[in-house]
Design a protein around this ligand. Structure first.
Ligand code: AP5
Ligand code: MG
Length: 217
């Protein structure tokens, strides 16, 4: 099963992907996480990506597409994957179709987690992420048991550099202008399904999991 998880910044893609990956035994591929690891390691690609990420802009298609192509060709993706934050442009969606054609895989569903902008701003500005394992928290909605310490690995929690109010507003505008057109792309292929993301994390999860079970048969 190959699932595209969509939705605006802060909708809960990463939060849901973590749970869905465990439930359906699928590799979780987040392009944002891949870029943040490259930034941390100081690679050339990481330095390039950081220039765009810090402004809230999209990393150019040719960089992103190459990375996803390489990742999907690995053996753990032979039965599918959970794509989080890719594709984000119609060009990326078309490139993904080509890559999957070569790998003899099909998209099973494009699931969008929908949340209003005001709530997205609250979620993003209160988000904290574990420096060691990448687990995601929220200071009010999903706090760790001990302040600033990861429940899973005791790593230190930090605030993403693109979670400032101005960058968040830019990311939301870019989502509206560049990413929303892929909704129509997947609607036309009868793959699009949206869920109300403005509910408790577990309720959103139950909805998405039910949809994935229904299409898996
Ligand atoms: P990326 O890391 O993908 O960021 P994003 O799409 O902006 O999405 P986020 O990760 O911010 O939000 P999320 O939906 O995962 O929410 P989360 O679960 O964390 O991309 C970052 C950058 O990388 C991009 O701006 C771009 O520069 C570049 N990039 C990445 N992919 C690219 C691509 N394909 N093409 C070009 N450039 C690319 O939840 C958010 C917060 O809310 C958390 O604190 C969480 O605890 C909380 N929360 C989650 N669910 C709920 C709930 N139901 N109720 C209450 N709180 C909740
Ligand atoms: Mg995320």
């Amino acid at each position: 099963m190959l699932v595209v998880l969509m939705g605006p910044p802060g909708a809960g893609k990463g939060t849901q992907a973590e749970k869905l990956a465990a439930e359906f035994a699928l590799p979780h591929i987040s392009t944002g996480d891949i870029f943040r690891s490259a930034v941390k390691e100081g690679t050339g690609m990481g330095k390039k990506a950081k220039e765009y990420m810090d402004k809230g802009e999209l990393v150019p298609d040719e960089i992103v597409i190459g990375i996803v192509k390489e990742r999907l060709a690995k053996s753990d993706c032979s039965d599918g994957a959970l794509l989080d934050g890719f594709p984000r442009t119609v060009e990326q969606a078309q490139a993904l179709d080509e890559v999957l054609g070569d790998l003899k895989l099909n998209i099973s569903a494009a699931v969008s987690v929908d949340v209003q902008e005001e709530e997205l701003i609250n979620r993003l500005t209160g988000r904290r992420v574990c420096r060691s394992c990448g687990a995601t928290y929220h200071i009010k909605f999903n706090p760790p048991k001990v302040r600033n310490i990861c429940d899973h690995c005791s790593g230190e929690l930090y605030q993403r550099s693109d979670d400032t109010i101005d960058t968040v507003k830019e990311r939301l505008a870019i989502y509206r202008n560049q990413t929303m057109p892929i909704i129509e792309y997947y609607e036309q292929k009868n793959l699009f399904h949206s869920v109300d993301g403005a509910r408790a994390i577990d309720d959103v999860f139950v909805d998405i999991a039910a949809h994935l079970r229904s299409i898996r048969g």
